[in-house]
Design a protein around this ligand. Structure first.
Ligand SMILES: [Zn+2]
Length: 267
């Protein structure tokens, strides 16, 4: 789905090695085909991290491919795993379990995984039923952050500063962040059922929250070093127009703050 990407390939700086965060949402093209399009074969994938088990991030076909044909650790949070009891994912869960390569993570942490430096934080998301803190996991893998699904204000906190500022290695260069909607005010005006609006407020990103983090002095160095910002999961109607609106607002703050980052979409 344009402007709604939920699968990312991260290239390692030194090796012919790649990590995947989530497995995309392109029902017509297999994961293998998509990777092949970029000249990547499954043998080059040395890490898979899943933010949560919603089918737009962890589609059954993709799970089948990585559990059957790839040979690498698959990271997923314990909370995300436990709160996914939906019948539709019973098969996926059993494939993941059978692979023997799944590593269930504490809600937050940091580790070296092969050649990868991995850090992660919990965000509120309803995998099935009620929203739960830790239903989604935001990952930082080497110099790339992928937030998955969850509120931006919950990720950009003082406690989470180590997530944005790696103690070792290069600073974060790329961030893919869920920006489902513009603002609370805009969401109020939109013609959606109340229940949906509530879910977007509680479990997804708003542009106004991102803009606040961009003028927050404690994240100034983070944005100074950031080269690419990828808004994902746009759910506001007229996605293309919304994307342009997002880009203009972000560019405006970048000009004011002296940030050199580029806003890039998955189209
Ligand atoms: Zn989700």
């Amino acid at each position: 789905m344009p402007y709604a990407s939920s699968g990312f390939v991260i290239k390692h700086d030194l090796e012919n090695e790649y990590a995947l965060v989530d497995l995309g949402n392109a029902p017509d093209v297999s994961l293998e085909e998509q990777l092949k399009g970029w000249g990547i074969s499954l043998e080059n994938i040395s890490l898979v991290a899943l933010t949560h088990l919603h089918s737009d991030h962890a589609p059954p076909a993709g799970i089948r491919t990585i559990t059957e044909s790839a040979d690498c650790p698959i990271l997923l949070s314990q909370t995300g795993w436990e709160h996914q009891g939906d019948e539709r994912v019973v098969e996926m869960k059993s494939l993941l379990e059978k692979s023997g390569r799944m590593e269930l993570l504490d809600s937050a942490g940091e580790m070296e995984c092969g050649n990868w430096s991995v850090s992660w934080r919990p965000l509120t998301h309803a995998v099935t039923g009620q929203p739960v803190f830790g239903g989604n996991t935001a990952f930082r893998i080497n110099t790339v952050i992928v937030s998955g699904d969850g509120p931006i204000w919950e990720l950009f906190t003082e406690d989470n500063k180590p997530f944005f500022y790696p103690a070792q290695g290069d600073p974060v260069r790329t961030m893919a962040v869920n920006i489902a909607h513009l603002s609370l005010e805009d969401l109020k005006l939109q013609d959606y059922p109340e229940e949906r609006k509530k879910r977007w407020r509680e479990e997804h990103g708003l542009l106004e929250d991102l803009l606040k983090t961009m003028v927050d002095p404690q994240f100034n160095d983070f944005y100074m070093n950031l080269k690419t910002l990828i808004p994902t999961h746009i759910r506001r109607r007229m996605r293309e127009e919304s994307a342009i609106l997002y880009k203009n607002e972000i560019d405006k703050i970048c000009a004011e703050q002296g940030f050199g980052l580029k806003v890039v979409f998955d189209v």
